[in-house]
Design a protein around this ligand. Structure first.
Ligand code: NAG
Ligand code: NAG
Length: 220
């Protein structure tokens, strides 16, 4: 009897949880993601790599320069779309992602320089480095050391408002949910023309990217 009741309870809880997973993700007015190089993306006209990266993730840091070099090699026949994906096991990932979303509201040209600055100085924001620091201290340090050098002092007030407002919060959540809905297990993770690269999390080097892109570009 007891086990039947608990089974029933489990079933009810299970269904409730499923309702949660199936809930409609809010649809943003602009497609999630930031196109590298600032040119508008022509769907179907280039090979498109979608890169799910976390600004405080070591492997994302190693993956990006190789992908960037490969993409630049093809001149505009390969495009990159960055999706910010905060790994839940990196305590400061959400602050990092939100700060990039907030800066992008000021000017989308801040996104990639900011991402690269995060990669350059990310050791300062690992869990072990910030373990005894409060969330607000970490947010302030990120603002002063990472964000301001990119956006400039003149944009600081607007950035601070943007960092806390519901728009950047919503944008960061949508990026995360988008990744979850598409089965992204962590970062870095890549889709090429919409198809997931299954060994994404062992960072690909320049030559490996070239061997993926060459046959695709040849058929465009
Ligand atoms: C955004 O930044 C670019 C490059 O620095 C600049 O040319 C452009 O005028 C800026 N746009 C706005 C709206 O400030
Ligand atoms: C965001 O809000 C908190 C609490 O209201 C505030 O202390 C902080 O300065 C604000 N801005 C940033 C960038 O954290």
């Amino acid at each position: 009897m007891v086990s039947r009741v608990s089974l029933l309870l489990l079933a009810v809880i299970g269904c409730w949880a499923c309702r949660g997973c199936l809930a409609q993700i809010p649809i943003p007015a602009r497609t999630d993601g930031f196109v590298y190089g600032g040119k508008p993306l022509e769907w179907g006209e280039t090979v498109v790599v979608e890169a799910f990266l976390d600004p405080v993730c070591r492997h994302s840091r190693h993956a990006w320069p190789e992908l960037k070099k490969a993409v630049e090699h093809y001149n505009s026949r390969v495009s990159v779309v960055l999706h910010l994906f905060p790994n839940s096991y990196h305590s400061n990932a959400l602050i990092g992602c939100r700060s990039i979303h907030a800066a992008s509201k000021l000017n989308r040209s801040f996104v990639y320089p900011l991402l690269e600055r995060f990669f350059k100085y990310q050791e300062g924001y690992y869990d072990e480095t910030t373990y005894t620091k409060s969330r607000s201290t970490v947010a302030d340090e990120i603002t002063n050391n990472i964000v301001v050098p990119i956006i400039g002092q003149a944009n600081l007030a607007a950035y601070k408002t943007g960092f806390n407002d519901s728009q950047s919060d919503q944008a960061a959540r949508i990026s995360f949910k988008n990744g979850c809905a598409r089965g992204v297990p962590g970062t870095p993770y890549f889709f090429v023309n919409g198809i997931p690269l299954s060994d994404s999390d062992s960072p690909l080097d320049f030559n490996e990217w070239i061997s993926i892109f060459d046959p695709l570009v040849a058929k465009m």
